[in-house]
Design a protein around this ligand. Structure first.
Ligand code: AR6
Length: 176
């Protein structure tokens, strides 16, 4: 794990599985518009919890690219799951603006719910095809820009699925 500080916010990166970040108050889902289970992160989160999670998300769907909604986290060690719909790269445009909205909306929702620590996956970089380095730049720039406005959130963990993704994210983060 490596970390940097933006104002009073600590941003840490780690290699691992989003559903194993048991010490965080909230985790973020790289969701689909229907807020159902799926592949990748959405599949992992919905199978880690129980079917009640889909019952909680159903009335909130569908959501638009860039939007974020919050639910409790039934049978998981977190207080909340924040579900974000990332842009399909090059199809939902402008993709960089929509990805920015995901991170800023998720952080705002977390802060409104008195979340202190939150774990993000790399939204849109799997099934939705966003190039990893560009996505990392958008993510960290948005987190840095949001930092001065956060009252409750003091810790952000960025969880990368592979060592290669972790290294690439550190290359981007250390330049900030
Ligand atoms: N923990 C952390 N990161 C993960 C995990 C995990 N358990 N699993 C995959 N990743 P994706 P998207 C990485 O496809 O691109 C779903 O089917 C993965 O390597 O989960 O936003 C939904 O239903 C990649 O870097 O999300 C949607 O339809 C990143 O997490 C669609 O995919 C995001 O991959 C959303 O696509």
């Amino acid at each position: 794990m490596r970390s940097v500080r933006f104002d009073r916010l600590t941003v840490e990166i780690t290699n691992g599985d989003i559903v194993e970040q048991n010490d965080c108050d909230a985790i973020v889902n790289a969701a689909n518009a229907q807020l159902r289970t799926g592949g990748g992160v959405a599949g992992a989160i919905h199978s880690a919890g129980d079917p009640e999670l889909e019952e909680l998300t159903k009335p909130l769907a569908p959501i638009e690219p860039g939007e974020a909604v919050i639910t409790e986290a039934p049978n998981m060690p977190f207080k909340y799951v924040i579900h974000c719909l990332g842009p399909v790269y090059g199809k939902d445009t402008p993709s960089d603006e929509l990805l920015t909205n995901c991170y800023s909306n998720a952080l705002k929702l977390a802060d409104e719910h008195q979340v202190e620590s939150i774990a993000f996956p790399s939204i849109s970089t799997g099934a939705f095809g966003y190039p990893m380095k560009e996505a990392a730049t958008v993510a960290f720039e948005t987190i840095k820009k949001s930092a001065p406005n956060l009252r409750s959130v003091s810790y952000v963990r960025f969880v990368l699925w592979s060592p290669a993704d972790y290294n690439l994210h550190w290359d981007v983060l250390k330049e900030m």
